[in-house]
Design a protein around this ligand. Structure first.
Ligand code: CUA
Length: 341
């Protein structure tokens, strides 16, 4: 019996380990095993401690099980085993043991919990006037507002390194969840309520955050990118984002005309033009972003064309309808939007 299951069990174990600790995990922009903030380090550490405790228990239980199976297996001629009821030391032992163990894990976890996790000692003294960002979850993209910098953008959250950033989480529709595995814990994004957390990292780079609460058809394509950069670069980015859209030239002029004639303006804001819609992402500098459709396509001119030609084929169910524009009109619109750096 044992031999029959040994191979599948070994395979299952190997696959589980592989999934938990893929060899490339540390290179992944979203692996919680490559923490890039004090909070994420503390979470990863707690996970490894818990995994270690669970591993010891697993080996102990499985070892005992194998021993029992071998030691007490049915032998020819042996009678029925003698049942044992109510052996008190054992009953007390396996009630108190796990209770103490769970209490211990709870004790390790407590310092990580707090209602304002960053305000604990892990973020070095967040100043009262820390940079504030409002992150608003939409089906299926993230609206990002920097009230003090007068910047509104989408899906790419630029932050300065080495400074705590106060993030306010709001939702425009359903429950989403904000999670940057390399920067800290998860927090739900709930309609009608504002949740807050601190973002902090000392390592410049790009950190990916998947929406972590199922929120509808395109939940998987609701990707947040955090771009952590030195303060000077961050301020230069903010200054550039604050500018209204540059007036178009060449083929892009026709594109702007189309943008203002079609229903684009009902949903999108494009500062520097009359477009002031607030349903979809602010497009004032859409050409400067890395992706389209909250991560679904790399932002290249060819993909901008593909997206405008048939957004419902690229991201089915998204609120961006397919307009069936002619190829020439699609190309003009794509040239205009791709040029909005
Ligand atoms: Cu938003 Cu899942």
């Amino acid at each position: 019996m044992l031999g029959k299951h040994a191979l599948p069990a070994a395979l299952l174990g190997a696959i589980t380990l592989r999934l938990l600790f893929p060899p490339h995990a540390r290179a992944q922009p979203s692996s919680p095993f490559a923490p890039a903030s004090p909070e994420a380090s503390a979470i990863a550490q707690l996970f490894l401690i818990t995994l270690g405790i669970a591993g010891v228990i697993f080996l102990l239980v499985q070892g005992l099980l194998l021993y029992m199976v071998a030691r007490f297996r049915a032998r020819p001629g042996a009678g029925a085993p003698r049942p044992v009821f109510g052996y008190r030391p054992l009953e007390i032992g396996w009630t108190v043991g796990p209770a103490l163990l769970l209490a211990g894990v709870f004790g390790l976890m407590l310092p990580l919990m707090g209602s304002d996790p960053g305000a604990a000692d892990r973020v070095p003294s967040p100043p009262a006037e820390a940079l504030a960002v409002t992150v608003i979850g939409h089906q299926w993209w993230w609206e990002l507002r920097y009230p003090t910098l007068d910047v509104v953008t989408a899906n790419e959250l630029h932050i300065p390194v080495g400074e705590p950033v106060r993030v306010r989480l709001e939702s425009a529709d359903v429950i989403h969840s904000f999670w940057l595995p390399r920067l800290g814990g998860k927090l739900d994004v709930i309609p009608g309520r504002t949740n807050q957390l601190w973002l902090y990292t000392e390592a410049p780079g790009v950190y990916l955050g998947p929406c972590a609460e199922f929120c509808g058809l395109q939940h998987a394509w609701m990707l947040l990118r955090v771009i952590a950069q030195p303060r000077a670069d961050f301020l230069a980015w903010a200054a550039q984002q604050r500018q209204p859209a540059a007036p178009p030239s060449g083929a892009a002029q026709r594109g702007q005309q189309l943008f203002l004639e079609q229903t684009c303006v009902n949903c999108h804001t494009l500062r520097g033009t009359p477009a002031q819609g607030t349903v979809g992402p602010d497009l004032t500098h859409v050409g400067s972003r890395q992706t389209l459709g909250a991560g679904v396509l790399e932002n290249t001119p060819a993909n901008m064309y593909r997206w405008l030609q048939d957004p419902q084929a690229v991201k089915p169910g998204s609120l961006m309808p397919t307009f069936y524009l002619s190829d020439a009109d699609t190309a003009a619109l794509a040239a205009y939007l791709a040029g909005l750096k």
